[in-house]
Design a protein around this ligand. Structure first.
Ligand code: 6CS
Ligand code: FE
Length: 309
């Protein structure tokens, strides 16, 4: 059989190492009509993430929060049970996946020009939704998301060929210094951290609760953090963090009483559709990684919800 060349091998050997990024970060050239300023575009390229403040108004944020709560407290049968992930010890709801197919408001959010338009610009292609989810990080019980590059998982386990994808996180509670905010390592997206170990069968059943494979080595993490520092952007509900698929990120447990709930929409370039996984033979299910339900997003302008007036 023809051996497929893998530009980003990981979990194939006993050696943790760094491979330089082989792909662009910003695929478009900035011009005056772009949906980001020149400074924002440059910052995304340099840091691997940017903050977008005040994109949504109070009514829009409230509508998103209401539907996030509906999904959190949904009675049996309302949501696809596979998409609901429990916390490792308490059993509280940690994540709900595929929210853009289980909520009209989140479907509208994912198509919104304020997010999808920016994704199309940065990736310079039609985009589709690779993954969407709510991470609830409940008070007291919300556990950490250990340091990782999303791309490492998406490449090895899902067969995403190249780095041409990004996440948009919409904060739906305030993220404070205390409640386990998203932390990112600026500049880390320029290095691909090769992880050691193999991928167990049905790895997602464990990894979505607590990741133990595909975990970067301490020394390489230390190097990245020494080189670029660690950012923990905070802000009120409605703040958006856009970050590259290879930016090293994670978040700590939430021992405060206050939940830290964030929505994530992952956009992938249409030209970067999933292939066979580079690691395990069997791909992960559709609700974590869209393989067949691939539809270009047509950005929708205007408010998320029709106002009552
Ligand atoms: O495995 C995944 O695809 C997911 N896991 C993490 C920790 N981040 C990205 C993604 O939701
Ligand atoms: Fe992640």
């Amino acid at each position: 059989m023809h051996e497929r060349k893998d530009p980003y091998p990981s979990r194939t050997s006993g050696k943790a190492q760094t491979i330089p990024r082989q792909d662009q970060v910003v695929y478009s050239r900035w011009s005056a009509g772009a949906p980001l300023s020149e400074d924002e575009t440059r910052a995304f390229d340099r840091d691997g993430f940017i903050l977008l403040r005040d994109l949504f108004d109070a009514g829009e944020i409230e509508a998103l929060c209401r539907d996030a709560k509906r999904m959190l407290t949904a009675s049996n049968g309302t949501l696809d049970p596979d998409t609901v992930i429990a916390e490792p010890d308490s059993g509280a709801v940690r994540s709900v996946f595929k929210v853009h197919e289980q909520s009209a408001v989140f479907a509208r959010l994912a198509a919104d020009a304020r997010l999808a338009g920016v994704a199309r610009f940065l990736l310079n292609d039609d985009v589709y939704i690779h993954q969407s989810r709510m991470n609830y990080k409940p008070g007291f019980q919300g556990r950490e998301f250990y340091w990782h590059s999303d791309f490492e998982t998406w490449h090895v386990e899902d067969g995403m060929p190249r780095m041409r994808a990004l996440s948009m996180t919409v904060l739906l509670t305030a993220n404070t210094p205390y409640n386990g905010p998203l932390m990112l390592m600026p500049g880390s997206h320029k290095s691909y951290i090769v992880c050691v170990g193999e991928t167990p069968d049905d790895h997602y059943k464990m990894s979505l609760k607590k990741q133990e494979y595909g975990v970067p080595d301490d020394e390489l993490l230390t190097q990245l953090a020494e080189d670029g520092g660690i950012a923990a952007p905070i802000g009120p509900a409605g703040t958006v963090i856009a970050f590259d698929c290879n930016t090293m990120h994670g978040s700590a447990s939430n021992i405060t009483p206050f939940p830290r709930s964030n929505a994530f929409i992952v956009y992938n370039a249409l030209s970067n559709r999933l292939e066979a996984p580079f690691g395990p033979a069997r791909p992960r299910p559709e609700f974590i990684a869209a393989r067949t339900s691939v539809r270009p997003v047509v950005p929708v302008s205007g408010p998320l919800i029709q106002s009552a007036a």
